[in-house]
Each structure stands twice: as structure tokens, then as C-alpha cells.
Design a protein around this ligand. Structure first.
Ligand SMILES: [Cu+2]
Length: 165
């Protein structure tokens, strides 16, 4: 009797499990397409309330497509603590750049008048938020600075280098 009950329970569960299986399957084709559209190798960065990136070096081949995903894993409210990822041109001085960035609050601290110095940038991520950007690594080998331009974060050490080689 117990066996029979178990059997009918399994039968009862089958339509449900099939339906459940259909949903992720329907989503599956969209995911690779989206990834392809964004392009490139995904680099998962995190920024936390200690004002540091989890990675201070990213290696890339010249011209490689890179997809940076930055997650703010902190808890401090966005107004006081948010993070972005800004990759600078080889010739850009990061200290000078952060001075200009400080004045660019309306554009997530990305100074649009400095566009020539910016190779890639994301929006600001508040706690629990994720931001992303895809870009082509420079063709020229070298160490390219990336940083968070939220005021004070670069000085606190929220920076790293994209090493193209
Ligand atoms: Cu930051």
C-alpha cells in the first residue's frame, strides 16, 4: 500500500516537474545570445565597503573582448558608497582624472568631457547592485589603470591594472 502511494505520488509530480523543466529550457537560448551580444570573456569584479576591488590585476590579450561585471557586495547606502569601473587610456593620469571625476556626480562620476581618456566605464552600483561593460582590450601592450571614480575611492585604493600582453 505504501509502495502504491509512493508510486502515485511520483506520477502526480511528473507533470509539475516537466512544467518546471520547460521554463529554464525556454530561457536557456536567450542567455548565450545575450552573452554574445555583450561579448567577450567575463571578468567578475566585486567592490565592497572597504573600498577595494577583489582583483587588482586583469590580464588580457591585445584586442581581446572583455566583459566586466562589477557587483557591489557592500551594505552602505548608495548615496555614501557606490562603485564603478572605469578603464583609462595609457596616457591618462589617474590622479588628475579623479579630480575631474569628482565634479561629474550627475553622470555617475564619469567625466564626459574626458572621454578621450576613458576606454570603458560602467554606471555606479549601490549595495547589491551589478553593473557591466564590454570592451575591446587595447591593441597596444601595457598596463592600463582601472579605478572606481566615486569620490575618495581611488585614494583609498580602489584601483587595479589591466595588463595587456
Ligand atoms: Cu568605489
Amino acid at each position: 500500500m505504501q509502495l502504491l502511494c509512493a508510486f502515485s505520488l511520483v506520477l502526480a509530480l511528473i507533470p509539475g516537474s516537466q512544467a518546471a523543466a520547460t521554463k529554464p529550457a525556454a530561457k536557456a537560448p536567450a542567455a548565450p545570445a545575450a552573452a554574445a551580444a555583450k561579448g567577450g570573456r567575463t571578468v567578475n569584479l566585486t567592490g565592497a565597503d572597504d573600498m577595494k576591488f577583489n582583483m587588482t590585476t586583469i590580464e588580457a590579450k591585445p584586442g581581446e573582448m572583455i566583459h566586466v561585471v562589477l557587483k557591489n557586495v557592500g551594505t552602505v547606502p548608495k548615496i555614501a558608497m557606490a562603485h564603478n569601473f572605469v578603464l583609462l587610456a595609457l596616457t591618462a593620469d589617474p590622479v588628475e582624472f579623479t579630480k575631474a571625476a569628482m565634479m561629474a556626480q550627475p553622470t555617475d562620476y564619469v567625466p564626459l568631457d574626458q572621454k578621450a581618456k576613458i576606454l570603458a566605464s560602467t554606471k555606479l552600483a549601490g549595495p547589491g547592485e551589478m553593473v557591466e561593460v564590454s570592451f575591446k582590450a587595447p591593441a597596444k601592450a601595457g598596463s592600463y589603470n582601472y579605478l572606481c571614480t566615486f569620490p575618495g575611492h581611488y585614494a583609498a585604493g580602489m584601483k587595479g591594472t589591466l595588463v595587456v600582453k
